[in-house]
Write a protein that binds this ligand. Structure first.
Ligand code: ADP
Ligand code: MG
Length: 649
């Protein structure tokens, strides 16, 4: 700070006054001086200091970002660094060669043109050509290296994001905050690290050139590099300030931004296309999208306008200082204190210095802003799951020999006020078909989610042959279970692949796949398809065939069957089937499930009837237990529901 002020004072005392008198431009120069003085006043410096401090708090991200780039593309990063250093030094060579050429030319012209005078000049010109050519070649090479590097980094980041998405708790997928984070991490993550790298690269390269240029300029007066620096400080402050403002705006608007994406999705995806047409929702969602966008756009435009104005002000200050330095140099020429070569060198160096300084500060601002944004990626990557493997896992069993027990389980969904299960107890004996029936919202699917450890209960424990599920490695536990979910995934892949996905470890062959399809009652459906097991399902890719809801469900059931797990859980397995298909399927399932333990979750009593044990569930509690006949004899809830369902059918 003190240095800046001092050199300015010297600036005003020596050359400034001379210039004023000789050009009669006192007012302008004084104004300029005052403006500059204002810009570097104490207040500005403390502001700058504060900005820099908050910038430094992001520094760990810089290290992380470099580490990330390094992990993704080691070799290319080394090449990139070497190229940058060479590129940083080349402009200085150009500047020096220019002076040599101009001075030699002037000397030659003074003495008279002769061969021995011209040849060295030609050599210099050739050298200059060489340097320029090298600059070009390295520039092209560098941009290619950047592409390679950024592609590698992008894919590496996708890998990290995918890995984390798979690793986080299932519960994360139910919080808006998670989606905000994911959105922020995903949206900008791809280009930010490479942008950061590029900015830092330019920063280094421009820094090298600038230091060299400053050294060149020092021979005309120490104040010149100082003036260069000061002229660009206002721009720097503007850049830092608006980086932060842009970032804060971005953080603030994530939810709106995501909502607008949601409307976009509704307007363009198949899932919603039919309803949009029937209920004529197109205009409704379109205007919702547009009005959100209008709001976001207005804010962004406003921010950009203010930034442009601030930049304009900062640019004007820089320009005034440049004008001033050039005036001074012309004065020096008029005084014959410098050669024409010096003038050429000065002009080039100062001009380049200005541009460099500007880009350097811009680079700094970009580095800062990219670091702010990258913070989100790293924040996302640092999300830690709660449902984790035990520190010392027990050996996972191969089978279910006795029973699964829910012991005094209390559970409520994260963020929910209501308990889904309270002091819940249930025993599932091995080798039996157990039905859990109950109205919607009774808590049936919740049992399944706890069994698979998609969630852990807040109280109580679930045991598998006496072992607490939390003492088993999660992966091993999940391999003991096969599930047909209430809303299974329709994979846009071939039929065979759709089924084989049930157990990738087993690398199922066609006979196993057809067996599973038979068991699920999907074989007839598949036989009718144009290419049978090779038919591509879903309409997402060319040549795909769409199935009905019930047909998709059977494919999913086949997938569940394929996995030879000791426990099979079916959540509303026949919800999309008609009752005829249901009865047919049921026979087969009971036959095939012999020897395995099965839990059938359903609200249809016609299915429950076949089960060895039926549990009736209501409001998170088991209210009746027994086989079909026992429950009918009991004459309570099950019996009543059974009667009313039989009348409907
Ligand atoms: P069902 O018996 O129909 O399968 P569920 O087990 O899905 O019922 O749901 C039991 C209760 O838990 C319901 O009251 C439901 O609203 C609530 N619930 C289900 N899933 C969630 C969730 N992800 N977050 C909060 N509450 C949930
Ligand atoms: Mg359910």
């Amino acid at each position: 700070m003190a240095k800046g002020t001092l050199s300015l004072v010297g600036f005003s005392n020596e050359s400034l006054n001379v210039n004023i008198s000789s050009y009669g431009d006192t007012i302008t120069v004084n104004n300029l001086f005052n403006t500059v003085k204002q810009q570097i006043s104490m207040q500005k410096f403390s502001f700058l200091k504060q900005k820099l401090k908050s910038g430094f708090s992001q520094l760990p991200y810089l290290v992380k970002a470099f580490n990330l780039v390094w992990q993704a593309a080691k070799k290319w990063t080394v090449i990139w660094a070497i190229l940058l250093i060479i590129q940083g030094l080349l402009p200085v060579a150009t500047v020096y060669l220019t002076r040599q050429i101009v001075d030699s030319l002037v000397a030659a012209l003074n003495v008279g043109v002769s061969q021995e005078k011209v040849i060295p000049i030609l050599v210099l010109v050739a050298l200059m050509g060489g340097v320029l050519l090298l600059t070009q070649v390295l520039g092209s090479f560098l941009s290619w290296v950047r592409v390679v590097q950024s592609e590698l980094v992008k894919d590496y980041i996708s890998y990290l994001i995918h890995k984390k998405s798979l690793e986080v708790d299932f519960a994360f997928y139910e919080s808006a905050e998670y989606y905000d984070r994911l959105h922020r991490a995903r949206q900008d993550a791809f280009f930010r690290p490479t942008a950061l790298l590029e900015n830092s690269g330019s920063l280094v390269q421009n820094g090298i050139t600038l230091i060299a240029m400053a050294a060149v300029l020092t021979q005309f007066g120490v104040w010149i590099p100082a003036a260069l620096l000061i002229s660009t400080l206002p721009a720097f402050v503007v850049i830092l300030n608006y980086s932060k403002q842009n970032y804060n705006w971005w953080l603030k608007t994530t939810a709106d931004e995501r909502r607008s994406w949601y409307y976009y999705y509704l307007l363009t995806e198949k899932d919603s296309a039919a309803e949009l047409r029937i209920f004529e929702l197109g205009d409704y969602f379109q205007s919702a999208y547009q009005s959100l966008r209008r709001k976001l756009r207005a804010e962004k435009v406003n921010l950009a306008k203010n930034e442009s104005l601030a930049n304009l002000g900062a640019g004007a200050i820089a320009l005034l200082i440049t004008a001033f330095a050039l005036t001074w140099m012309v004065w020096q020429v008029l005084q014959k204190r410098v050669t024409l070569g010096d003038l050429a060198l000065f002009y080039q160096a100062f001009n380049q210095g200005q541009t460099l300084m500007r880009s350097l500060l811009q680079n700094l601002g970009q580095v800062y802003s990219n670091m702010l944004f990258l913070g989100n990626l790293f924040e996302f990557l640092e999300l830690a799951p709660q449902v984790i493997d035990p520190p010392t896992p027990r050996l996972a069993p191969k089978n279910l020999n006795q029973e699964i027990k829910f012991e005094n389980i209390s559970f409520w969904y994260p963020g929910s006020q209501k308990t889904a299960l309270e002091n819940f107890n249930l025993t599932i004996p091995s080798g039996k078909i157990v039905a859990i029936v109950g109205a919607n919202g009774a808590g049936k699917s919740t049992l399944l989610k706890l069994l698979c450890r998609l969630y852990d209960p807040q109280q109580g424990k679930i045991t598998w042959d006496g072992i607490d599920l939390r003492d088993l490695p999660i992966q091993n536990l999940r391999r003991l279970i096969t599930v047909l979910f209430q809303q299974p995934v329709d994979y846009n892949a071939s039929v065979a692949e759709n089924i084989a996905l049930g157990d990738l470890l087993a690398t199922a062959k066609l006979p196993e796949i057809t067996n599973a399809a038979e068991a699920a009652g999907a074989a007839e459906i598949i036989d009718r398809l144009p290419e049978n097991y090779n038919t591509l399902l879903g309409k997402l890719f060319a040549g795909g065939v769409e199935l009905s809801g019930g047909e998709w469900q059977r494919i999913a059931l086949a997938r569940a069957f394929l996995r030879q797990a000791p426990l099979i859980i079916l959540d509303e397995p026949t919800s999309a089937m008609d009752s005829w298909a249901e009865a047919d399927w049921l026979e087969r399932f009971c036959h095939l499930a012999k020897g395995r333990t099965a839990i059938i979750i359903t609200h249809r009593f016609t299915i429950a009837r076949r089960a060895d044990i039926i549990h009736v569930m209501s409001d998170g509690e088991i209210v009746e237990t027994g086989c079909h006949d026992e429950l009918l004899a009991l004459g309570c809830r099950y019996a009543q529901s059974w009667k009313s369902q039989m009348q409907v059918n």
